[in-house]
Ligand binder design. Structure first.
Ligand SMILES: C[S@@+](CC[C@H](N)C(=O)[O-])C[C@H]1O[C@@H](n2cnc3c(N)ncnc32)[C@H](O)[C@@H]1O
Length: 260
């Protein structure tokens, strides 16, 4: 962290946070010794965790661009994390300057850093909220001010639903219920399908829940799952430029589905 960066008053430096561990894995500077210590424990059991974090961000970019190609101009990035290496509004507004993006995260530092990044940026805002409080998220001034519920909204849940142990399907349907048919849901999610012991250890360290492909497919039941379905994150419509990220054992799945 730079000395000039404001620290949120509710930041607990002694307790590692998923957002700050993720930031460290991505090479960011918004993390503290407790976060780095936990990240190093994760890397000790899963040396590919850093690669998975990069693969995950590259997939987010591909999903945002795919949504733009589908005509989507509104995004709700749930569990957006601390801004690093290309955020949803940067990717979306490059291609569609009128795209509107609302970010949600419960981590105070993600919100402070997000607010700094978004200063003076039209059509993008961040809300501090627990994603499970769907009503509060959707009723927030920033979400209501930017998202038109009469038009489709892409709900992005990247690397976050594994931190929701209970009722993940209900979370998905409550968000999509708020938006019209055609609204996409993009997600990535930890899995233990390919490296069971490693991912069980990672899930324990991060208090996360790894889910199988079948479990993720059932979370998406009732939605139109777009090609190529639920696949390892690096294999979701890879760009040639992402080829160097495609090695390693898959630790997560990705999918893009659409409300029929
Ligand atoms: C692993 S990071 C993923 C960040 C980003 N979506 C990405 O894919 O790079 C998970 C993020 O979800 C946030 N998060 C976890 N549980 C949450 C909850 N219940 N409500 C809101 N945000 C949550 C964490 O604070 C963290 O920033």
């Amino acid at each position: 962290m730079s000395e000039n960066s404001p620290l949120p008053h509710d930041l607990d430096l002694d307790r590692p946070s998923g957002a700050r561990v993720h930031d460290f894995l991505l090479g960011g500077g918004s993390n503290f010794s407790s976060d780095r210590e936990l990240a190093r424990r994760v890397l000790a059991v899963a040396p590919d965790a850093r690669l998975d974090a990069l693969v995950n961000r590259a997939c987010l970019h591909r999903v945002v661009r795919t949504c733009l190609d589908l005509g989507i101009r509104q995004f709700l990035d749930v569990g957006c994390g601390i801004p690093t290496i290309g955020t949803a509004h940067q990717i979306a507004q490059q291609q569609a300057p009128d795209a509107r993006v609302v970010y949600i995260d419960s981590e105070p530092l993600a919100v402070t850093q997000g607010e700094l990044l978004l200063e003076g940026v039209p059509n993008a805002a961040i809300v501090q909220a627990d994603l499970r409080d769907v009503d509060a998220v959707l009723a927030s001034d920033r979400a209501r001010g930017l998202l038109d519920p009469a038009e489709p909204v892409a709900v992005l849940m990247f690397s976050v639903l594994h931190f929701v142990p209970e009722h993940p399907a209900e979370m998905i349907s409550r968000y999509l219920d708020a938006f019209p048919p055609g609204s996409p849901l993009g997600l990535t999610h930890f899995t233990a399908d390919h490296a069971p012991e490693t991912m069980r250890a990672v899930a324990d360290l991060l208090s996360a829940t790894a889910r199988s492909r079948a479990e993720l497919e059932s979370l998406l039941a009732g939605l139109e799952v777009l090609d190529p379905g639920v696949v390892p994150t690096a294999d979701w419509r890879p760009d040639p430029g992402d080829a160097d990220l495609s090695t390693g054992t898959p630790l997560s799945y990705a999918a893009l589905a659409r409300k029929p």
